[in-house]
Design a protein around this ligand. Structure first.
Ligand code: NAP
Length: 257
């Protein structure tokens, strides 16, 4: 039977890796974007804005599986609620989304919006799957690149990450999208936990830069949560195959940031 999938965020870092993995087998691939796109042979494009609740109904009409990968700095809760409502109305059979590791633990707006987005999807009445992932290498690279622009790099003590390669996450998302709804599946993170200083040091070494690093202390509840490792998850997880060092080795010599 023909299978129609709608990918939100199909133009983003993760989405551009996922959509090619979904093609084949007679499947129709739709992508929703806020900007109009010229027609392409292998994708049916829809223009819409999830946060503004515009253009969603036509995009989900006739869809079997929604792969919700759109996201931004703010408003992911509102976007997910709008999408979930439209998906339920359209009789979608599987609503899959990416979330972030520790969505229910970190006292930061991005995380709480992700937690609320997960709830909107789980409460939608549409059979669902949620995969929480740690920070992608690309994000760490961008952050390290920005930090290395400073003459002295502040390094918050106790701040640790477990970055994962977006290609590993894309493989897992594609597997889940082509499978049955599975609820909350094991979180996905990279093979190692690194201090922020190690990540920045790796970036500096790989790009041949030298900077002074200055230990600082993150204040308040956010600082306490990071120092306690609330943003980490190390047990019962799906582990990505590529390390930060692998990723940096591929990118050395290429423009960064
Ligand atoms: N990056 C990370 O480290 C990380 C870690 C864990 C989870 N995640 C989650 O993974 C997802 C993908 O991340 P990414 O880094 O690949 O994102 P990205 O490269 O920044 O791309 C964001 C995507 O979201 C779409 N989008 C944003 N606002 C939208 C709206 N209001 N309506 C419709 N589409 C909208 C954009 O589409 P157009 O611009 O074409 O409209 C774009 O395709 C996000 O949900 C993110 O929170 C990311």
């Amino acid at each position: 039977m023909a299978h129609t999938l709608l990918v939100t965020g199909g133009t983003g870092r993760l989405g551009t890796l996922v959509t090619p993995l979904l093609r084949g087998g007679g499947r129709e691939i739709r992508v929703l974007s806020r900007r109009p796109h010229a027609p392409t042979a292998d994708t049916t494009w829809f223009t819409g804005d999830l946060r503004a609740d515009e253009g969603i109904a036509p995009a989900v009409d006739g869809v079997d599986t929604v792969v919700h990968l759109a996201g931004g700095a703010k408003g992911d809760d509102v976007a997910a609620a709008n999408l979930a409502r439209a998906a339920a109305r359209a009789g979608v059979r599987h609503l899959l989304t990416i979330s972030v590791v520790a969505a229910d633990r970190m006292p930061l707006g991005y995380f709480t919006a992700k937690r609320d987005a997960e709830r909107a999807i789980a409460d939608s009445g549409v059979p669902w799957t949620v995969l929480r992932a740690a920070q992608f290498h690309d994000l760490v690279l961008m952050t390290a690149g920005a930090m290395a622009k400073l003459p002295v790099v502040p390094v918050p003590g106790g701040l640790r990450f477990q970055p994962v390669d977006a290609r590993d996450v894309a493989d897992r998302i594609a597997e889940l999208a082509l499978g049955a709804p599975a609820g909350r599946v094991p979180d996905m993170a990279g093979p190692r936990v690194y201090g922020i200083g190690e990540l920045v040091r790796g970036y500096l070494d790989a790009t041949g830069k030298r900077r002074l690093m200055l230990p600082v202390r993150l204040p308040g509840g956010v600082g306490r949560a990071y120092r306690a490792g609330d943003n980490l998850v190390t047990e019962g997880i799906t582990v990505g195959t590529r390390t930060w060092e692998d990723f940096l080795a591929e990118r050395v010599g290429q423009p960064v940031g």
